[in-house]
Design a protein around this ligand. Structure first.
Ligand code: A2P
Length: 298
């Protein structure tokens, strides 16, 4: 059903690898080694963002990997300090300069900013221009709710190809995934292993990590797999793209070793039933420059 080279076809025909490698929270030093390790292990999609501060290292790892640029799929994201029409055009060139790339595969708006919606709209218009000029193969959004996507649809004939959102067994976003299907948008999970509950532990309402969940442990031992592998397989079988992050070579390899087992319908349902409805990360509607004061610089 899936293999490491499996892709999802976006709404403009572009093929995006189902499995990707995330570098959120990876320091610049860790980024070069872990991205090279991931490419060696067979990952072909690398997901970064201007605000992560490691685009330069992602580009360096790609150059050192020995894999042809055209065989890789690179995603980065425009940060809210770069929103606005001209600022987005500038921010895009800055990201491309740091990455050392001529063309980008996927560019995402990092958060909706409902309180400054005009600038969000201008950002989208600049992304559409870059897309139509051929600088980007596909454009999309991150952390958008259906109402935000519908508002974009009112002003643009180009719909997001992807919405990258918090999604893991404790917050499974079933309504949002169903909405995406009606709009032909691919769902991509950030924090697919629930790592957000570790990063955001200060406001964590979960007493256990998803990775230590007893139901997942039971399913994992039945298949001779780890809980992380079971979770990633659950995403893929739901048609969700994943970008697990790790800086540890053994885990990087493990998270790509998902293609020699399959979850039954009962197992899929048991994992669906772990949903708590509680997110570990920020509420999309609250995104603004007070909540996220980081500023991307040259
Ligand atoms: P590390 O980078 O030290 O391996 P998510 O992608 O859901 O945000 O999860 C990432 C978190 O989960 C990171 O803290 C990462 O730590 C850890 N992690 C990644 N892969 C695995 C794995 N296979 N088993 C256990 N922990 C993992």
């Amino acid at each position: 059903m899936f293999n490491i080279d499996s892709t999802f076809t976006l709404n403009n025909g572009v093929k995006m690898p189902a499995l990707g490698f995330g570098v959120f929270q990876a320091s610049p030093e860790e980024t070069v080694t872990s991205v090279k390790e991931a490419i060696r292990a067979g990952y072909r999609l690398i997901d970064t963002a201007s605000v992560y501060g490691n685009e330069h290292e992602v580009g360096e790892a790609i150059r050192q990997s020995g894999v042809d640029r055209n065989d890789l799929f690179v995603t980065t994201k425009v940060w809210i300090s770069e929103y606005g029409y001209d600022d987005t055009l500038y921010g895009f060139e800055r990201s491309m300069r740091k990455l050392g790339l001529e063309q980008l595969d996927l560019y995402l708006m990092h958060w909706p900013v409902p309180r400054d919606w005009e600038r969000s709209v201008d950002t989208w218009k600049a992304m559409v221009r870059l897309y139509e000029e051929g600088r980007i193969k596909a454009i999309g959004v991150s952390n958008f709710e259906p109402e935000h996507i519908e508002r974009l649809a009112q002003i643009s004939s180009v719909l997001p190809a992807v919405n990258q959102v918090e999604l893991h067994p404790y917050f499974n976003q079933s309504d949002l995934r169903a909405y995406h299907k009606t709009r032909g948008i691919i769902t991509q999970a950030w924090s697919p292993l629930g790592g957000v509950n570790i990063y955001e532990s200060a406001k964590n309402h979960f007493t256990r990590s998803v990775l230590e969940d007893a139901v997942l442990e039971g399913i994992a031992s039945r298949h001779g797999k780890s809980t992380a592998q079971v979770i990633l397989r659950w995403h893929l079988q739901h048609g969700t793209a994943v970008i697990p992050k790790s800086v540890k070579p053994a885990r990087i390899a493990q998270n790509a070793d998902l293609f020699d087992f399959q979850l039954s319908d009962e197992e899929m349902l048991a994992i669906d039933n772990l949903n708590t409805g509680l997110r570990g990360g920020h509420v999309p509607d609250e995104g603004d420059r007070n909540l996220f004061p980081a500023v991307v610089t040259d």
